[in-house]
Write a protein that binds this ligand. Structure first.
Ligand code: GYE
Length: 329
């Protein structure tokens, strides 16, 4: 009798372990924690996956190092996870490891920064910002805003603070920035340097520019964190951010909205980090057997500023103060 009881207990335990390990395991190779955008992106995906019944998250923070991401991806393969979410710190150097993911037959979802090998590998779908368009919008906003205040025919000095060198978000935004500058010949480029997408480096780069460039009228920062760091540097130099220097950021994080409402910053071009709304239904569909065909999806995004109403062709700016209460990140 005792033996039968033990056997039944063992079988029940086995069944339990079996069903627990039948979780859908989703592994996420994240770049690091360089910005408010990144934190919002991690939190959004983490919450959605961890709260989903039957799903389990395996998370890896690569601390901005490509070699850490390569290691993490190989660990995911060894663990035989069910899905991999991937965004690369830089755009090049992923061919080999992503082909290994393909060979292991693990469905790959590309998010945020697309690797340059995207055409040569298999993936389910790609979700991320249209970085070239974001860069175009930054310059177009500055050009159109200056026109709207009657300064469209005056030469102004522009500096571009770039993101992490080689990141798709940096190469794309720079391409958009530089192309759009040709449409606004009165915007003169007088400085171009990386602030690595962080607040601290944004502050340091602005400090050095303020010492070395005699006159700066417009700062284009490829993310809001760098713009916020630059604002600190501008204040410390005794200048008035948002007035002496027009500041255009990117991402549209809460702190940028606060800075715009406070009058320290003029505009932020949106790049949403909220990918769970795409990732969750896609994995649910894959689980139901739906097939995907390497589609690239850019979310619809806005532009937010002090007064609203600046027409950028593809989008019109919205007054930040009017929508600040509805923002999720
Ligand atoms: O703009 C920046 C972050 O890849 C879109 O990375 C992302 C960028 C974002 O660090 O704030």
């Amino acid at each position: 009798m005792k033996k039968v009881f033990l056997l039944i207990t063992a079988l029940v335990l086995l069944a339990f372990v079996g069903s627990a390990s039948a979780d859908v395991v989703i592994a996420f190779s994240q770049i690091g924690q360089e910005s408010d955008w990144r934190t919002a992106n991690t939190d959004d995906l983490r919450k959605a996956i961890e709260n989903h019944p039957g799903w389990k998250l395996v998370y890896d923070d690569a601390q901005q190092k490509q070699e850490n991401q390569i290691k993490a991806l190989r660990n995911f393969i060894t663990q035989d996870v069910n899905y991999i979410l991937f965004t690369g710190v830089v755009s090049t150097g992923w061919d080999e490891v992503l082909k290994e993911v393909n060979e292991a037959g693990i469905p790959l979802l590309l998010i945020d920064r697309l690797p340059d090998c995207a055409d040569r590998i298999d993936y389910v779908a790609a979700f991320g910002g249209d970085f070239v368009e974001e860069g175009r919008r930054q310059i177009a906003w500055a050009g159109e805003y200056l026109k709207s205040i009657g300064k469209g025919d005056k030469d102004v000095n522009v500096v571009i603070m770039e993101g992490t060198t080689g990141a798709t978000a940096q190469t794309g935004r720079t391409e958009g920035n530089l192309k759009a500058l040709k449409e606004y010949p009165h915007l003169k480029l007088v400085g171009q340097q990386s602030g690595n997408f962080t607040r601290a480096e944004g502050q340091a780069v602005m400090e050095s520019w303020l010492k070395s460039i005699p006159k700066i009228d417009v700062l284009i920062a490829q993310n809001d964190d760098m713009a916020l760091g630059a604002i600190d540097a501008i204040k410390a130099a005794g200048k008035v951010p948002g007035k002496d220097i027009i500041i255009v950021g990117c991402d549209s994080v809460k702190a940028a909205f606060d800075a715009i409402v406070a009058g320290d910053m003029n505009c932020t071009v949106e790049c949403t980090p909220l990918y769970a709304a795409f990732v969750v239904p896609t994995i649910e569909a894959l689980e139901r057997g739906v097939k995907f065909d390497k589609s690239v999806i850019h979310p619809e995004e806005g532009v937010f500023d002090m007064n609203g109403g600046i027409d950028l062709g593809t989008v019109k700016s919205v007054k930040a103060a009017d929508v600040i209460a509805t923002r999720q990140y």
